[in-house]
Each structure stands twice: as C-alpha cells, then as structure tokens.
Ligand binder design. Sequence first.
Ligand SMILES: NC(=O)c1ccc[n+]([C@@H]2O[C@H](COP(=O)([O-])OP(=O)(O)OC[C@H]3O[C@@H](n4cnc5c(N)ncnc54)[C@H](O)[C@@H]3O)[C@@H](O)[C@H]2O)c1
Length: 274
Amino acid sequence: MSNDGKRFAGKTAVVTGGASGIGLAILRRLLAESAAVVCADVDPERLRTVEAEFESDSILCVQTDVTKEREIEELVRSAVGRFGVLDCAFNAAGASRPGYLVDLTEEAWDYTVDLCLKGVFLCMKHQARQMLAQGAGGAIVNIASLNAHVPMHAGAAYASAKAGVEMLTRNGALEWTDQGVRVNAVLPGLVQTPLTRRHFGNPEALAAFKARIPLGRPAQPEEIAGPALFLASEDATYVSGASLLVDGAWAVSGYPDMRPFRGTPKWRAGSEIA
Ligand SMILES: NC(=O)c1ccc[n+]([C@@H]2O[C@H](COP(=O)([O-])OP(=O)(O)OC[C@H]3O[C@@H](n4cnc5c(N)ncnc54)[C@H](O)[C@@H]3O)[C@@H](O)[C@H]2O)c1
C-alpha cells in the first residue's frame, strides 16, 4: 500500500496505541507522508522499539496511559512543546478482557470500558481543546470496531465500548465541526495484529472468521491505516461524524458463532461462582 503524496507535510499528529498494530501502521504512513508524529502508548518496551526503528526528528514517543486524564494533558503539552501545534489525532489504543455476560467481572468490564471508551473520551477532550484554541481546525479519527454494530460471544464489554466510541465520534462532530474540527471513526473488521494473536493461532477459529468475511481474509494493519489517513486528510474536508466500515464486507454477513472457541459460560444456575 503506498501513497507517495505529502498530504501531511507541515502537520503534527498524535497516535495513541501507536507502538503496535493499527496505530503503528498509521504512524508509519503518517511519517511516509511527511507528518511529525507523536507516538503515545502505555507499553515502554514497545515505545523503545519504535524509537529505535525511526530515529528521526519527526517522531516523539511519550509513555501515556489513555485512561489517566493528567497523562493525556501532558501528552498534548508535549506534542505542542515539541512541534508547536496539533493538527490531527488518531485514537487507536485499545484492548479487552473478554468474558460471557454471566461470568464477566466488574474489574474486567471496567478495564475494557475504561480503556476503549473513557480513554477515547479523554483523548478527544484534550485534543479538541488544543485544536479549538489554535483556531485552525483539525481532524480526529477514532478507531472503533465492527463490534460497534455487531455483538460477539464473550465480547459484551468491548462491543458496548466500541458502540460508545461511535456515538462519542458523532457527538464530537456535533460540537466541533462548526469550528473546523472534524471527527470520524473507522470500524475495522478482523485485522492481524498482536491483539488478535489468539484467533490467528487457532486455525479453526480463523476458518470460522474467514467463512463470514466476503473478502475471504483478514486485513493487514496497513489496510486500516489508509482509510484512517484519508479521513484526516484534505480529501475528506466535507466528512465529519462518519463511521467508515473497513471490514472486507463482513458487516453484511454477520459474526461467526465463536462459542466453540470460547468454551461455555462458567456460571450455572445454582452454582456458587460470583
Ligand atoms: N485487530 C483487530 O482485529 C481490530 C479490529 C477492530 C478494532 N480494533 C481496534 O483497533 C485498535 C488497535 O488495536 P490493534 O489490533 O492494533 O491492537 P495492538 O494490541 O496491536 O495495539 C494496541 C496498542 O494499544 C496500547 N495500549 C493498551 N492499553 C493502553 C493504554 N491504557 N494507554 C495507551 N496505550 C495503550 C498497547 O500497548 C498497544 O501498543 C484498538 O482500539 C482495537 O480495539 C482492532
């Protein structure tokens, strides 16, 4: 996948979850298109790997936990301190602790929803404050999921959070588009990243996914990065509040039954499990 244009020359972008998977593919593509990029991730080891790979004046790595408001404020301050301005933000940090609804602990729910939903809210809040204060517009792209529309077994917390991200995106668009800050979401289907290692390590599970994806294969992270950059680019100046499905047409066929690969719920009526 290539774009030899320089659509982001002179622009500064923040990428959360930028040290792995989809975020890293976005970061690579932004650098290739001449942006200055701030890579925010909670994982210091992954950040060191990014720093070592890119050794460039155009990149700044900032260890950030997106569930902590003070760390996000510091992230935005660091971005502006180093590059002077914030033009674009890609909110890709995410993960989940799965569990059937009857088994799901409060801790697992809080982990997933805090990271995938509250984290995006906090990032949007401080990214938009900076862009609005600058007065020159901006673009925020949130990485939601096909699961914003389609539930999955043992995935209630994740799917609920991602549905929330879609509504946060629309709400941001409602509040800021008149000031030139566009907000959009990308809804990926199955993408081969460390997050989905479990599925890729299980040939039967992978076959069940592929059977439901009309394109017949999962995506590579670069195939999500392209559409994400489009939404932040000058090619999308009239796009705000949109959800872009990037799923190989999976949404039209629905999710596979994942129960054979997740096992059965542990809780039984009359059992003692909390
Ligand atoms: N891989 C898929 O199939 C898929 C599908 C749909 C949506 N998504 C979404 O895409 C986004 C990126 O996922 P990925 O597949 O690239 O996963 P990934 O695990 O490769 O990358 C996620 C990154 O987020 C970072 N992160 C985790 N918690 C964080 C926190 N509290 N603060 C800051 N960073 C944190 C991790 O360290 C990691 O580097 C996620 O929001 C995910 O939900 C992924």
